[in-house]
Design a protein around this ligand. Structure first.
Ligand SMILES: [Zn+2]
Length: 192
């Protein structure tokens, strides 16, 4: 489990396997408690989606392959897990990277997100980047993300509808417009 956003953990029980996470993420999931599936209203008990195995940052060899677990702070959420498979050149960036998908700016931490972009862009050994949202991508995504974070910093004011109009006009081909609606509801109150 990379981070404590419900779209990344509510389905965990379906896999019926041990769930691993950083302790900060587990604590936050526990603090948020039981959830409810939308729109069906089906309860999602906390017990089924609580991580039971603690991930310690550092390198662990699984089936002969080194996995480097890294705790990343700021940006999309205050704490997230990034996994590096350096021998394969694969960066499991999770929600540090959205590929051609509208970013989730609820925390408005543009500088934190940019710092993470700059940090991973400098690690040029990763040619395959697995985003939390969108298709697998490559290092071209770092410049695209920088552009989008700058646009968010410039355009996100105090009017959710105006922001949605402006950001979708600038990135008409990007997916996940519904993410803007959900974030707007949190930031500016739900619209009817
Ligand atoms: Zn996400």
């Amino acid at each position: 489990m990379s981070h404590a956003h419900p779209d990344h953990y509510q389905g965990a029980a379906r896999f019926n396997v041990p769930v691993h996470a950083l302790p900060e993420t587990t604590a936050e999931i526990v603090a948020m408690g039981d959830k409810t599936d939308l729109p069906t209203g089906t309860p999602i008990p906390l017990a089924g989606m609580t991580p039971t195995v603690e991930i310690t940052p550092g390198t662990e060899v699984i089936d002969g392959i080194p996995f480097e677990f890294e705790k990343v702070t700021g940006g999309e959420i205050h704490t997230t897990l990034v996994i590096k498979l350096s021998e394969q050149g694969v960066l499991v960036a999770q929600d540090v990277v959205y590929a051609h998908t509208h970013l989730w700016f609820l925390d408005k931490d543009f500088d934190g997100w940019q710092a993470n972009i700059d940090r991973f862009a400098a690690e040029t050994e990763y040619d395959t980047i697995l985003p939390g949202h969108g298709e697998p991508t490559d290092p071209a995504v770092w410049a695209e993300l920088t552009d989008y974070v700058n646009a968010g910093r410039e355009l996100l004011g105090d009017d959710g509808d105006a922001y949605k109009k402006a950001i979708t006009a600038r990135y008409p081909a990007y997916r996940g417009v519904a993410l803007i609606d959900v974030a707007n509801a949190y930031m500016f109150g739900p619209k009817d």
